[in-house]
Each structure stands twice: as C-alpha cells, then as structure tokens.
Ligand binder design. Structure first.
Ligand code: TXA
Ligand code: MG
Length: 338
C-alpha cells in the first residue's frame, strides 16, 4: 500500500532510513527516493522503475558537506558550477567515494550529484540521507511531473508519495561532466550551454544529444535505452517556417485519414479534420512547453490514438532539451522541413 502525504516529512524520512521508497518532489520532475548508501534500497528503486541496473542513478544532497562525504574531489570548474547553479537543475558528475555502493553508479567509478531547489526535497534529505532519485515513472515512459500521473503509475510500488502539486520546470536536470577545461552536456535541461558559458566555462553538447548512436556506455550510460515514450506511435516534425509546418500537419492528417490522431502543437492552427480526436497546445514559450511536455504526452496517449503528431521547437536554448526528449519520445521518428 502506498500512502500519499503532503506534510509530516519526518514520516517519509523514517521510511528512507528504514530502506523504503519515497516519491519526492523537486523543481524538475518527481524522483523515486531511496537511501543512496543502502544497496538493498537501491535494488528496490531499480525494481519499482523496471530500470536496467547498468543505467546509473543520480544522488541528491542538501548541502556541500554532504557532497564532500560522497565524492573524492571537487575541481575548480565543478566549484564554479556549484556556486552559480546550486540549488538548481544541474547534475554534475564527480568521482565517487566507496560509501556510494556501485549499484548506484551502475558499476562506474563516478556519480552524478545535484542539490535540488525544492524545500520538501531538502528537508527530506536533511532528515534522512543522500537520496538517489531517478524520475518517478516506469522506465521508458514520460517522466512524472503531475501527482495524478505518478499515483496512476507507481501506486503500490513505493511506500510513500509526497504530493507537492505539479513540478515547476517539468524536465529533468542538465547533466554535465567536466573534461579538461570543458563542461560536456550529457543530458540537456533548463540550464543551457549559454548559461554555462556566461560564467566563463567552455561548454559543448555531447554528440548523442539528438541522434541515435551506439555510444560507449561508460560515456553516457542513460542514452542507450528507450526513453520518454508514449505507447502510441508518434511523429515529431519541425520547420522554422510556420506555413510549411501547417502544410506538413495537413498532409500528415490526410495521409493518416484512416487513423485516430492527436496533435500536440507549439503554434495555433486552424484545423478541420475528422480523424483529429484531440488537439493540445503545448505552450507559448519553451518554459511552458518544457513544463507541459511530459504530462501532455501522457494525456495524448491516454486516448489511445493510432498516431500522435508533435510539433517541435528550434534546437536552441531550452529548445535543445525539449527536442532531446521529444526525439526520443518519437523513437527517432523525426522530420525536419527546411
Ligand atoms: O532532474 C533530475 O535530474 C531528476 C530529478 C528527480 O532530480 N532525476 C533524474 O535522475 O532524472 P535519473 O537517475 O533518471 O537521471 C540521471 C541521468 C541519466 O541520464 C544517467 O545516465 C546520468 O544522469 N548519469 C548518472 N550517473 C552518471 C555517471 N556516473 N556518468 C554519466 N552519466 C550519469
Ligand atoms: Mg528518467
């Protein structure tokens, strides 16, 4: 039985200390929390998510002393990133100390760590321990950002769910790894390459951000699995030219006239098509789109359409993170029209 609470964080902290699982809010997405120092608890997280255990989990801390207790060394670039972006949606890769069991890191000698910007998360960590916190969803599905979606998907698989309403940002943290003098973005997020460059740190995107690649698992372990995907078939389309976009949507609706279609768009279109069973507007800017994206994918999917047509955004700023998720949600079924 899963208990849903919104206060009494002590009760949730006790569950963590006893090796249980607590879904906790962060500013990005909800996480499935467990004691990062307890292998048995971590085992339960992989099980609740149905996640392969070579896909490492990030660790959430509530202060810098706690960070120092789990990582070997904080380099100068890592320190600048911490000073500028913590608490916040940035996960930094460090060499780990032995107190972190290798099941957390999927056998790697490094771990991703972040200090979240959410008072409930920080209180829970303070009162228990460093927490692992993969997104609160079954592995491969869109990340959990609304409390109802999470209850639907994880009820019965965790001990407690802490209800803190919809998450603020809606998309998981930016993950960076420092190589020489450069921050390599392994997973894009709300903290953009420009944000990192603005504090004088060189930054580049890892090669796999938009592509399906058979990359070395030690480089970027999370990228080889199916991700963020609705059950229905989905296609992602993008053009800088709104007229071309409108035409493509029209064409797709006609080509699929025998199918039930849901459209997720980032512009308003006048569409009159019998096979369009729902039309959801993702948002007027990238913040709004990031905030709505995962819950709207679920909303679209819940109507069991034959096809979800998704309109993308320009791959710049936060648009990089949005497109990174949407391209995977569509299983790389992506058309860019020039
Ligand atoms: O916003 C977030 O980061 C959310 C919330 C709940 O905090 N958490 C989250 O955790 O998304 P998780 O475990 O689902 O994602 C961790 C990401 C994965 O892409 C994983 O491959 C990468 O970080 N990662 C973890 N440890 C790593 C390591 N040692 N080296 C490279 N990448 C690592
Ligand atoms: Mg996830």
């Amino acid at each position: 039985m899963t208990k849903i609470i919104s206060k009494n964080i002590e009760e949730a902290a006790k569950i963590i200390i006893d090796g249980g699982l607590v879904v906790f809010p962060t500013e990005t997405v909800y996480g499935i929390g467990a004691d990062a120092l307890n292998s048995d608890a971590i085992e339960k997280v992989y099980k609740a998510k149905g996640r392969p255990s070579d896909n490492p989990l990030i660790v959430h801390v509530s202060n810098i002393d706690m960070l120092k207790s789990i990582v070997l060394d904080i380099g100068p670039i890592e320190q600048s990133l911490i000073d500028s972006f913590w608490p916040g949606p940035l996960t930094i890769i460090f060499k780990k100390k032995d107190v972190i069991p290798s099941i957390v890191s999927g056998g790697l000698d490094s771990i991703g760590v972040r200090l979240p910007d959410n008072s409930i998360a920080l209180e829970l960590i303070e009162k228990s321990s460093p927490l692992v916190g993969p997104s609160a969803n079954v592995s491969g599905k869109p990340s959990g950002t609304t409390i109802n979606d999470i209850i639907d998907e994880l009820n019965g698989n965790v001990d407690i769910i802490i209800d803190d309403k919809d998450t603020q940002l809606g998309i998981e943290s930016t993950v960076v790894k420092i190589e020489d003098d450069t921050a390599i973005i392994l997973r894009p997020g709300i903290i953009t390459p420009e944000d990192i460059e603005s504090i004088g740190i060189k930054c580049k995107l890892a090669d796999h951000i938009f592509d399906k690649m058979d990359i070395d698992i030690t480089e970027s372990p999370g990228t080889k699995y199916k991700h963020y995907a609705p059950t229905s078939d989905a296609i992602l389309i993008y053009s800088d030219d709104e007229h071309k976009m409108a035409k493509k949507i029209d064409d797709l609706l006609q080509e699929n006239s025998d199918k039930k279609v849901v459209l997720l768009s980032t512009n308003y279109y006048m569409i009159d098509s019998d096979n369009l069973i729902d039309y959801l507007f993702l948002g007027k800017d990238n913040y709004e789109i990031a905030h709505n994206m995962f819950s709207f994918l679920r909303k679209a999917d819940s109507q069991n359409p034959d096809l979800i047509i998704i309109e993308g955004v320009k791959k710049e700023g936060i648009g990089i993170a949005i497109m990174n998720r949407l391209i995977r949600a569509c299983n790389y079924n992506y058309i860019e029209i020039n």
